[in-house]
Design a protein around this ligand. Structure first.
Ligand SMILES: Cc1cc2nc3c(=O)[nH]c(=O)nc-3n(C[C@H](O)[C@H](O)[C@H](O)COP(=O)(O)O)c2cc1C
Length: 200
């Protein structure tokens, strides 16, 4: 395997982090890797809004969890297990007992959260942001950092705390990524294999 492939195969969605901050210079280096992603018509639609203060991250996490759970309940989109997990984490917050110590319901106690936005109405933005995010996560892995994409981060737009991010109305939050020094090594999820068709 090449070094690049090694990094690709070693990356996992990590949901438990050590209480170790990530240097700002390193975060900036990872964002630079994100900027190197391809983008439709070279629009480079991404903008990055970064949280790296523990208390701030927890505050965002709690607000997002409340909104996400309400949405989950009303839409019936997510499975009950996922909804229950959110509720149980949320309860631990509202009772002032953080059962998970360093964890939080949405960002899992990670020391860095990156919200990535793109201009509204850009039909290619989700693909561009996906590529940009993967660059960031692979670059992070190559530096010994772990990560997880957090789709639930999109709910931030519906929270009261959203204004703190200073995202202008012309932009839409596409995804959040968490980064940090992982404190778990999750099993590899087996990949579906019967999805390739060579046309001769
Ligand atoms: C667009 C997207 C959104 C995701 N949202 C979440 C999320 O909100 N919470 C979470 O814990 N994991 C989230 N994940 C992580 C996936 O659950 C994870 O990548 C998948 O289970 C495969 O595991 P692996 O990344 O370790 O291979 C998301 C992944 C993607 C690509």
């Amino acid at each position: 395997m090449t070094d690049t492939e090694m990094v690709i195969y070693e990356r996992r969605a990590v949901r438990k982090y050590k209480d170790i901050p990530v240097e700002r210079a390193l975060i900036e280096q990872l964002l630079d890797a994100g900027r190197m992603a391809p983008s439709a018509m070279n629009r480079q639609p991404w903008r990055f809004y970064i949280l790296n203060d523990k208390e701030t991250i927890r505050a965002f996490s709690k607000e997002i969890a409340v909104i996400a759970f309400k949405d989950v309940l009303h839409s019936g989109k997510a499975g009950l297990r996922q909804a229950k997990k959110i509720v149980s984490d949320l309860l631990s917050f509202s009772h002032g007992i953080d059962l998970h110590q360093l964890k939080d319901p949405v960002f899992y106690g990670a020391p860095v959260v990156i919200f990535i936005t793109a201009p509204r109405g850009n039909e290619w933005a989700p693909l561009d942001i996906g590529m940009c995010s993967q660059n960031i996560m692979l670059a992070a892995k190559s530096h010994g950092l772990d990560s997880c994409p957090v789709g639930f981060g999109k709910y931030v737009e519906k929270t009261k705390i959203f204004t703190r991010l200073q995202v202008p109305p012309s932009e839409q939050v596409q995804l959040a990524i968490i980064l940090g020094y992982g404190d778990e090594t999750p099993e590899v999820h087996k990949r579906i294999q019967d999805n390739i068709l060579f046309i001769d």
